[in-house]
Design a protein around this ligand. Sequence first.
Ligand SMILES: [Mg+2]
Length: 266
Amino acid sequence: MSTNKSYHELGINTPEPESAEVLKATRRNSILLIILILIALIIAITGIVYVSTHKDRPHHVPHPHDPFAPSDGSNVADVKRNVIAYYESSKFSEHVFSLVSQWSQHFESVKASNGADALPNAVVFDIDETLLNNYPETKRADFAYDAAGWNKWVLEAKAPVIPGTQSFYNELRTRGIKVIMITGRHEAEREATEKNLATFELTHDELILRSPEEDKLTAAVYKAQRRQALSEKYNIVGCIGDQVSDCVGGYTGYIMKLPNYMYFIE
Ligand SMILES: [Mg+2]
């Protein structure tokens, strides 16, 4: 009897020898597992760093151009608060007075006319947010345009005056300079407008309101057309308004722009 028997012949179980393919696959799986663990670690660390550096920031503040871009925190509520603070503190009044003092210097040498045969010198004034202050109504309407509320406000004729412009107006009047008022208000509001202006002794040589035919014109076109017509009677030496559209299109003389952080008119 031979003793040289295999394990199999002796009935002893031995593991099957691993093939080269199996060894290769095992190595590949191990590498993949390590890569996955590394990726998970990177994600976890990034998350921890992000949370710790962003914990005091608002979750999401929309940006006007890119809703996901970082924001300085401004939103419409902040803007309204700033506008209210501007108009309800002394800032608005101081701002107007500082502008007016520059304009007064310009008009120091301007007389009632440039000679005996010359047309009288005149300055064109806008009314709303130039001489009269509609901030109370605009705030009531939460800074939106409420046509019914606005019309009611105009007819009540209780808008306060803007002191800086009033003082500039008085200065021009003292120099004998004519005052032309051109407003976007409608002809139907003439009586109420006259009443409101009279409260502050804001007399005028001309008061121009929109006729029904001018209703569809932009403020800029309507006002420029009226100034052109008036230039036959007056030498227009200045134009003052709170909107750019108050004094574009010629026949303006020296242009003076007041602030308006409430609304914009074309
Ligand atoms: Mg105006």
